[in-house]
Design a protein around this ligand. Sequence first.
Ligand code: FES
Length: 136
Amino acid sequence: MDRKEFLAQLGIGSAAAMAITCLQACTKSSMGGGSSVDFTIDITSSQFSALKNSGGSVVYQGIIIAKTTSGSYLAVSSRCPHEGVTVNFSSSNNQFICNAHNSVFSSTGSRISGPANTGLTQYNTSLSGNSLRVYA
Ligand code: FES
C-alpha cells in the first residue's frame, strides 16, 4: 500500500466514524434527551407513601405515578402539554387532570378534553414485592 492508498483508506474510515458518531448524537437528541425511562422505586419508602393507598399518586422524575382504586398502578408524564403545569390524578374516574385550564386525560394519558392538544406519555409499570418499576 502506498501513501495515497493509505490516506484514502484513512479518510473513508474517519468519515465512517464521524457518521456513526453523528447518528448516535442525532438519535439521542431527537429522542428527547436520550434517556429512556426505566427506574424502580420502593413503595414502602416515605417518599412514595402515597402509593400505598388506592387513589394516591406521586410525581417523580417528571412522571406521575398513581394507584387506582382497583390497586393497579398507572404512570404518565406529569407535565401538561398545554403550558407545562403538573397534572393531578383523580381516582374517582382514573383520569389525570390539569387544574390550570382543565385539560383532562385518560388513565392511559390520552387527551379527553381541554386546551392541551396532545396527550400525556404513558409508561409501563410492574410491581414485584415492594418494588415498582416504571419504564418505557
Ligand atoms: S397548562 Fe394544563 S391545561 Fe393549561
